[in-house]
Design a protein. Structure first.
Length: 183
């Protein structure tokens, strides 16, 4: 089924050290569906992935509000995710999407930011396997599946899961606000 995202604005929250394909493939999926993708970062300049992909930052996280976006995507990468979970503005920005019921998509180590935002309790989620204990300790129900959707929260494990992840990201953004997507 084809979903059109014309008029939707999707924030991609990341910093240096992201997993390149976990940015580029979902970015392509949402823009191909008609959405406007915007890179939000704690950094004011370009960000560089662990494999060398460089992309311009559209907005600094301290100057944006989740209210102005329709959805959030959190790419993984150990360094990226570790830095984001330590950035108060990034964590607050993430939590705001949950408080507004908006779709949030996360892959790989990106779930660390969700743990820090305290939004996984009682939710079914997957991630890179090394985050299993962290997510369980934060109150999530962790499963080892290619892609998991729980009331607007889409999660996947790793780059191998990107085809299924991208399809669900587009579908959930198309569906819009989810009543069960709460902080």
């Amino acid at each position: 089924m084809t979903h059109h995202l014309t008029g939707k604005k999707v924030a991609f929250l990341l910093t240096d050290g992201f997993e390149d394909s976990e940015l580029t493939e979902p970015w392509k999926a949402v823009t191909d569906a008609g959405a406007t993708a915007l890179l939000v970062s704690p950094k004011p300049a370009d960000v560089t992935g662990k494999n060398g992909h460089t992309q311009a930052v559209d907005a600094v996280v301290t100057s944006v509000d989740a209210e102005h976006y329709d959805a959030l995507v959190l790419p993984g990468g150990v360094v990226n995710a570790d830095h984001l979970r330590m950035d108060e503005a990034a964590v607050t920005f993430t939590k705001d999407f949950f408080e507004q019921g908006k779709p949030v998509s996360v892959i790989c180590h990106g779930a660390w930011t969700l743990i820090e935002a305290d939004v996984v309790r009682g939710r079914e989620i997957t991630s890179y396997p090394s985050l299993k204990t962290d997510l369980i300790n934060a109150g999530a129900h962790w499963v080892d599946e290619e892609v998991v959707v729980d009331q607007g929260l889409t999660s996947s494990r790793a780059p191998d899961d990107l085809p299924a992840f991208c399809a669900k990201v587009v579908e959930e953004i198309h569906e819009g606000v989810h009543a069960g997507q709460t902080a």
